[in-house]
Design a protein around this ligand. Structure first.
Ligand SMILES: [Zn+2]
Ligand SMILES: [Zn+2]
Length: 305
């Protein structure tokens, strides 16, 4: 491994095995940003007159995304950026990350909106977890519901999330292992979920970017990292898949990129097959949000609490 940047000879901060090149911090950050722009252009993620809501958790990925987009949008006069943080109500965990989110938004001049489980559902995640043992399931469903509703109320044209290459690939493999092909249409930088006025389309600008490189970019840009792990995190299938993929990548560099590109070749066919089967979009009888059944998943879960 070379310890010098292949472009300028300065001290390298990263050696990409999959590429065989080392990069100094300046050239890495520059190239990182141009790769994200490439994804944004190629996948046509934003229009210059849109209002974009960034789902901001206070973790490194979403902080880096907000930082990057605020930089990019400086040149787009009519684009507007807002940030949305969901406060699940996890004592000792969420408070710190909301503080980080607030500081970052102040620095960048982006308006931050905080939406809490308590206001929306009358209960914090801590309350919900007192007698249930489905942390991540509950949390994920309720959070998605809230992000969609609030970003729509904020008038956002798109909801940008910080899903990275590792997240995406884990989801792909998890869906394979569970045999859930239909769910795969939710993947991609611009997922085709449903087209409905109540649904705010998602975009994932970091979707082709490895998690490690986002963390490095964040450190180079001096972003603060919220390091505590969520207390309700489960030893889930996702972790097994993550470990497997990391091991493969160590043994055979560029496995992750190859696997993602292979999936991208399948995606158009999957979308064709499943979008025609799944057109029944309705409003939930309970909450009025969109659902494929009579009652949405969020309301079904809330009933059980
Ligand atoms: Zn350099
Ligand atoms: Zn509902």
């Amino acid at each position: 491994m070379s310890t010098e940047c292949w472009k300028c000879g300065k001290k390298a901060v990263i050696h990409r095995k999959y590429e065989g090149k080392s990069w100094c911090s300046d050239h890495f950050a520059e190239q990182f940003e141009s790769l994200i722009k490439e994804t944004i252009n190629k996948e046509d993620l934003f229009n210059s007159n849109e209002k974009i809501c960034v789902a901001l958790s206070g973790g490194m990925d979403s902080s880096a995304l907000l930082f990057f987009l605020s930089k990019l949008f400086k040149n787009w006069r009519n684009a507007e950026l807002v940030a949305l943080t969901v406060d699940e109500g996890i004592k000792g965990y969420r408070d710190e990350s909301i503080e980080i989110a607030r500081e970052l938004c102040d620095d960048l001049g982006v308006k931050l909106h905080v939406s809490s489980f308590e206001d929306a559902f009358g209960k914090t995640l801590d309350d919900i977890m007192k007698d249930k043992k489905h942390g991540c399931t509950y949390c994920g469903v309720l959070r998605r519901w809230l992000l969609n509703k609030k970003s729509r109320e904020l008038g956002a044209d798109k909801l940008a999330t910080a899903h990275n290459l590792d997240d995406e690939l884990q989801s792909i493999f998890m869906n394979y292992l569970k045999g859930d092909m239909k769910r795969m249409v939710r993947l991609g930088a611009k997922p085709a979920i449903v087209e409905d006025e109540k649904f705010v389309p998602r975009v994932k600008p970091f979707r082709n970017t490895p998690e490690k490189e986002i963390a490095l970019y964040g450190r180079i840009r001096n972003l603060e990292l919220h390091q505590t792990e969520c207390p309700y995190v489960e030893n889930s299938l996702r972790f097994d898949v993550r470990d497997f993929l990391n091991e493969m990548e160590t043994k055979r560099p560029s496995t992750k990129f190859t696997a993602l590109r292979a999936f991208d070749k399948l995606l158009p066919s999957l979308r064709k097959k499943y979008s025609s089967e799944d057109v029944s979009v309705d409003n939930c009888d309970e909450c009025g949000e969109i659902t494929s059944g009579r009652v949405c998943k969020t309301c079904k879960l809330l009933e059980k609490i």
